[in-house]
Design a protein around this ligand. Structure first.
Ligand SMILES: NC(=O)C1=CN([C@@H]2O[C@H](COP(=O)(O)OP(=O)(O)OC[C@H]3O[C@@H](n4cnc5c(N)ncnc54)[C@H](OP(=O)(O)O)[C@@H]3O)[C@@H](O)[C@H]2O)C=CC1
Ligand SMILES: CC(C)(CO)C(=O)C(=O)O
Length: 322
């Protein structure tokens, strides 16, 4: 078994490096400065329990990696990049190898299922940074991250068991789940705050805005008849398996959305996070003004090149009538 990780950023880099350090055969798919840095020196993985250097083959395209029948493919690009990555996998000859969508949001599995027959969801609880090519940082400890994984739309199979076993050996805590999308919807509710963090800075107005975003999200999921599982800090697995921990010489950059702005990535995932709630609200007749406002704000920040944290909190308070 080989694990092909598509998108060696914060999450994909941590997963690929950890698996490789645990002796699992890994191939990474990366691009730009990250690809060049890994090819030159390997990937530096910084964690609460120290720094590690992982060396695994890294390619610009899955076709270069030469997909094999026994590969497990883990997709770790941002949701807005999934369609292009799936097209590359298809062009590389991917057929019925299992594809694990280790991504936030709930849209990737359905997108993948249009072109591939063996799609799995993977909920990612893994606070990780990618700000410097050649380096990723995870702040989770004692395990570096927690995952739920299972077949889309439901069920589990041998591939879930095999990947979970490999991840558990690589200092993660992985749980096969017959209802993985329930935990992905629970995670989606947590990620509605990513854009707030990116717009006005970490923690600012959290107590005022987070309940509004969550209430809209929960109302929409109830109206749509979608069940969700809490994977936030009240998830009992968190306390024993993965708490936010200090990494020597590093400070958490911020949410994955903030990191996209900070790296000047040119796109963010908000339309697949808050936008999912807005879309479901429109389908089920539930108003979602706060999530809608933040989708428009993300779009404005991208178009006007506004830096993360540069939105004045009073503008947000005024616009939302707080
Ligand atoms: N970071 C975090 O703490 C967490 C993130 N998540 C979720 O995990 C997923 C991944 O997020 P994250 O790791 O932060 O994202 P990153 O942007 O850090 O990593 C994604 C990487 O994939 C690269 N990429 C995109 N498309 C391709 C392609 N076609 N071929 C090769 N490389 C490609 C990107 O390159 P480029 O930089 O050039 O765009 C980037 O380096 C998202 O859904 C996110 O919401 C979930 C939990 C925590
Ligand atoms: C870790 C968490 C919940 C928030 O930082 C996240 O999922 C993200 O950054 O996308």
């Amino acid at each position: 078994m080989r694990v092909v990780v598509v998108g060696i950023g914060a999450v994909g880099g941590t997963i690929a490096a950890a698996l490789s350090l645990a002796g699992v055969e890994v191939a990474g798919i990366a691009r730009g400065a990250q690809l060049a840095a890994i090819r030159a020196n390997g990937l530096h993985l910084r964690t609460p329990d120290g720094a590690h250097f992982a060396h695994f083959p890294c390619y610009a395209d899955p076709a270069e990696a030469g997909l094999r029948p026994d590969d497990l493919v883990v997709l770790t690009v941002k949701s807005q990049d999934s369609a292009a990555a799936l097209a590359q996998l298809r062009a590389a000859g991917m057929t019925d190898q299992p594809l694990f969508c280790a991504q936030n949001g709930v849209a990737n599995e359905a997108l993948a299922a249009r072109v591939l027959p063996n799609v799995h969801g993977m909920t990612v609880m893994l606070p990780a940074d990618y700000t410097t090519p050649g380096e990723v940082i995870t702040y989770g400890g004692p395990r570096w991250g927690i995952f739920d994984l299972g077949r889309w739309p439901s069920g589990t199979d041998q591939a879930d068991a095999a990947l979970a076993e490999a991840l558990n050996r690589a200092n993660f805590a992985a749980f096969p789940s017959g209802e993985v999308m329930q935990s992905k919807y629970g995670k989606l509710l947590l990620n509605l705050h990513n854009i707030v963090d990116a717009a006005i800075g970490r923690g600012a107005l959290f107590k005022k805005i987070q309940p509004l975003l969550t209430a809209e999200g929960e109302a929409v999921l109830r109206a749509a008849g979608i069940a969700w599982q809490d994977v936030g800090i009240d998830d009992p697995r968190r306390e024993s398996l993965m708490r936010f921990a200090k990494v020597t010489g590093a400070n958490r950059a911020g949410s994955s959305t903030l990191q996209s702005f900070a790296r000047g990535a040119g796109s963010v995932e908000t339309d697949f996070l808050n936008g999912e709630i807005v879309m479901l609200g429109a389908q089920h007749g539930v108003p979602t003004p706060v999530n809608g406002w933040f989708c428009r704000l993300a779009d404005r920040m991208l178009r006007e090149g506004i830096a993360p944290g540069a939105i004045d909190p009073t503008e947000v308070e005024r616009a939302l009538g707080l």
